[in-house]
Design a protein around this ligand. Structure first.
Ligand SMILES: C[S@@+](CC[C@H](N)C(=O)[O-])C[C@H]1O[C@@H](n2cnc3c(N)ncnc32)[C@H](O)[C@@H]1O
Length: 331
């Protein structure tokens, strides 16, 4: 694979003063590595968030159906863990429809709640806000930003003496490398207080063919979701990626128990990103690693949270989708 060549130290052009410095920095860092990579969080611009919603509706993507079924089936057991009024904090909740299963249950029981939504995507936050505003007894607080920044902002608003439940659903944790997941859970544990809880949704290991279809579907929606990252870089960093020159590829890495998503350069080419002051050379067949989706065994989930000091509460499994919801008490 070819290394990346940084070729320009031109200053930002006029009008670019408001460019996303973090995006520019991360993209340069990721595309000048060998092998190249881009952070999965950048998949979620407005179109990316809409495409992810479409993925959730695909017959080949079992995660959403399985988790919705579990939340519906176990709703009362989960709601019984909440204070009155209830406090829920969801990290990376997307369109808010899963959380809405719980808030509808609270409203049906005439219980009030405050929900804190943390998401890097403005589009997802706006969608979730609308979804959750259906019940006047549910107050919604949105925190746009990374998991860490959003959690800090939400925790600062928690009422003393009233417990909170943090939700991390959709197997979002699977996008983190094992060491990142350990650090993430330790940070969540450190932010919570005794009496608080964590509800963690995790996708379980399943046959390779099912995983391949979930991440590379026959309609090409997952491919569009992945390739849209380049559309975003063209728009936000004024880049000149030729989208059709990058193919979507998915690999099951059995040893690491993860699906890896790549964009594969279809030709030798050079792409310039004036908004990041760099041009990047690609060899034919060279990859950009854009996402990992780790798959777990039920015990892995319990062990992972235990390393961060969380105490096991309950675990529910949906066998058809091979998906687990696990409830923990905060350290
Ligand atoms: C895979 S989607 C899952 C959405 C939802 N949890 C579900 O199960 O349908 C991930 C969500 O987390 C958000 N997200 C991804 N990385 C993030 C990060 N580092 N900080 C905050 N939000 C993030 C995305 O914008 C998106 O809404």
């Amino acid at each position: 694979m070819t290394a990346l060549e940084a070729v320009s130290d031109r200053p930002a052009a006029a009008g670019q003063a408001t460019r996303d410095e973090a995006l520019a920095r991360d993209v340069v860092e990721g595309l000048t590595r060998s092998p190249k990579r881009l952070a999965a969080k950048y998949l979620y611009d407005a179109l990316g968030s809409h495409l992810f919603e479409a993925i959730c509706e695909l017959p080949w993507y079992p995660i959403t159906r399985g988790e919705r079924a579990l939340l519906t089936r176990e709703r009362d057991a989960i709601l019984a863990r909440l204070d009155d009024p209830a406090t829920l904090v969801e990290l990376g909740g997307g369109n808010g429809e899963k959380l809405a299963i719980l808030t509808a249950g609270l409203a049906a029981q005439d219980r009030a709640a405050t929900v804190h939504l943390i998401d890097i995507s403005e589009t997802a936050l706006a969608r979730a806000g609308r979804t959750l505003a259906r019940h006047s007894s549910i107050a919604v607080r949105g925190h746009r930003g990374s998991y860490a920044d959003g959690l800090r902002a939400a925790v600062a608003e928690l009422q003393p003496g009233r417990s909170a439940m943090v939700l991390f659903l959709g197997s979002n944790i699977g996008n983190l490398a094992p060491s990142e997941a350990d650090r993430f859970l330790a940070d969540v544990g450190a932010a919570l207080r005794p009496g608080d809880s964590l509800l963690l949704g995790t996708d379980l290991v399943k046959p390779e063919q099912e995983l391949m279809l979930a991440y590379d579907d026959p309609l090409g929606v997952t491919a569009a979701f992945n390739r849209n990252l380049l559309v975003r870089l063209n728009r936000e960093l004024d880049a000149d990626f030729e989208i059709e020159q990058f193919a979507h590829r998915v690999v099951w890495n059995a040893q690491e128990s993860r699906v890896e998503s790549y964009l594969v350069s279809q030709a030798e080419q050079t792409v310039c990103l004036p908004g990041a002051d760099h041009c990047i050379r690609f060899a034919e067949g060279e990859t950009i690693w854009t996402e990992s989706s780790h798959k777990y065994r039920p015990d892995d989930v319990v062990d992972m949270a235990a390393r961060a000091g969380f105490a096991y509460g309950a675990q529910w499994i949906e066998p058809a989708a091979a998906f687990a919801l696990t409830l923990f008490d905060a350290p």
